[in-house]
Structures are given as C-alpha cells and as structure tokens.
Design a binder for this molecule. Structure first.
Ligand code: HEM
Length: 265
C-alpha cells in the first residue's frame, strides 16, 4: 500500500513536471491538436453525407447517437471537451511564457510588436469560440423548437412509426437564414486559417519535421486546412445557392437530387 502511494506520488510529480515544462505544454498542444483535427476530418466526412440524401444523413446521425447503447457519443464528447480545454489552456500558458521571456529581453519594444499579432489571434480565437457555442446551440442542443421537432417521416413509415430526428431537414433549414450561413462561413474560414499553421506545428513539436520534409509538411498543412474548409463550406454554400436559384421552393429540397422534395416536421 505504501509502495502504491509512493508510485502514485512519483507519477503525479512526473505529470506536474511535464506540464510545467515548455516542451510538455507543446506536446499537450500537439497531441490535443491532432485529436481535434481528427474530429474535424470525421465531422466533414459525416457532413458530406448531406449530398447522399436524407436517409444517409439521418442514418449516420442515428448511428452516432445510439453507438455503444448511447454511451459512445458521451465518451467522444468528454474526450473532445478535455482535448479542447487542454489545447487552449496550454497554448495560452505558452504564449504568456514566451511573451514574458521576450519582454524581459527587449522591454517595451517587444510588447508593441507582439500586441498586433496577439490582438488578431485573440479576436479570431474568440470568434471561433463564439461560432462553436452558436453551432452547438443550433444543431446539438437545438434551441430552436422548429429544428428540434423535425421528424423523419420516411423512416417512421418504413419502421412501424418509430421516431427518428430529421437531421437532414434541420441542416437544410438551419442554413436558410443568410446571416447564419455567413457566420458559419466566417467561423469555418478562421478555424481553417488556424489549422493551416497548426498542422505543420504538430509535426514540428512531435519531432517529425526535418530539414528535407519542412516544405512538404507546410504544404500538407495547407492541403488539410483547405480540404476541411472546402468540405465544411460545401454544405451551406450549396444550400444557399440552390435556395437562391429555386427561391420559393420548399425548404428541404436542395443538396441532394435524391432527397424527397417535401418539407417534414
Ligand atoms: C458547415 C459546417 C458544419 C455543419 C453543416 C455541421 C453540422 C453539424 C450537425 C448536424 C451536428 C449535430 C449532429 C447530431 O447531433 O446529430 C453537429 C454537431 C457538432 N459539430 Fe458541426 N457542423 C459544421 C461545422 C462544424 C465545425 C467547423 C466544428 C468545429 C469547430 C463543428 C463541431 C461540432 C461539434 C463539437 C458538434 C457536437 C457533437 C455532439 O456533441 O453531439 N461543426 N454539427
């Protein structure tokens, strides 16, 4: 028992030392960043099912909510939230540490130089955060009862009246408001501009970027960021442009030609 306590103390001490070192925080930023990029790639792939039609999209959402008897999504949410919080806390701590070190070397000169870049970073970070909060209230919490109550009528008819949320119709309706679509475009663009630097930094921190691979990894960062950006924005942009074209048509027609044209509740 005494041995166990000692081992626990040693492990706790090692964790504290790791966290308090600059390289420890950089590794935390890199590993959590990798987890978040992995989530984004999975999320984009899921969103592209909008182009397959109502059944594919709603079946996917149903799978996510029922995976591992409904525990899977909670497990993923907790992991994602922990990664997100650690990513931000470690990044802020690193920025503060770097700034303090620079300020002590160059006094007020560095503070003036750093302030513009920091201000841009703070504002883009806050906009991404506001977008994320809005997005979760919009599509996950569904604070708009009109979106929360949408039901997949085809599924109910084929499964003896069993209810299933109509995620496809929710997304179609969600992007009918041009201001909402604009906010998504701004939020996703800022997020992806962050990714274009972030992906290359992950490789550097994990020691996977050498002299020869530097350019290739920088390009990979851009390719990943642009692919995620295009994938996310393809959905609202298609909905808004189709709606503009068929203005006056039913709300839930667009994205897929295979989707039935009727709006459902
Ligand atoms: C146009 C772009 C996007 C669309 C159409 C979209 C669509 C959706 C939908 C439909 C859901 C709800 C899934 C469900 O519960 O059935 C959702 C959840 C979510 N999305 Fe997005 N999303 C987009 C962009 C993003 C971006 C850029 C991020 C990350 C910054 C993101 C992060 C999340 C998160 C964290 C959830 C909550 C997952 C959960 O806890 O259930 N989404 N999204």
């Amino acid at each position: 028992m005494l041995m166990d306590n000692r081992k626990m103390n040693a492990l706790g001490k090692a964790c504290c030392q790791f966290w308090h070192s600059s390289i420890g925080k950089k590794i935390v930023v890199a590993v959590t960043g990798l987890m978040l990029v992995g989530f984004l790639i999975g999320h984009v792939a899921g969103n592209l099912l909008m182009f397959q039609g109502r059944d594919a999209m709603n079946g996917y959402a149903q799978f996510l909510h029922h995976f591992a008897h409904g525990w899977g999504i909670w497990f993923a949410r907790i992991g994602l939230l922990a990664a997100f919080v650690l990513h931000i806390v470690a990044t802020v701590a690193l920025v503060r540490r770097n700034r303090a070190a620079r300020a002590s070397r160059y006094e007020c000169d560095a503070t003036v130089q750093a302030s513009r870049g920091s201000r841009i970073m703070i504002w883009s970070g806050l906009t991404i955060l506001a977008f994320l909060v809005f997005h979760i209230l919009h599509f996950t919490v569904r604070i708009d009862p009109g979106l929360a109550s949408l039901q997949d009528a085809d599924y109910a008819a084929a499964h003896g009246g069993e209810a299933r949320h109509d995620t496809f119709a929710m997304v179609m309706r969600g992007f009918q408001n041009p201001l909402v679509s604009l906010f998504y475009i701004v939020g996703v663009t800022l997020l992806c501009s962050h990714l274009s630097h972030g992906v290359a930094s992950i490789f550097q921190t994990l020691g996977l970027r050498g002299k020869h691979s530097e350019r290739a990894i920088q390009r990979l960062g851009w390719v990943v960021a642009i692919a995620i950006w295009a994938g996310f924005l393809s959905v609202p942009v298609t909905i808004v442009t189709r709606l503009k074209k068929d203005s006056g048509a039913a709300a839930t027609t667009a994205v897929s030609p295979r989707a039935p044209a009727t709006a459902r509740r």
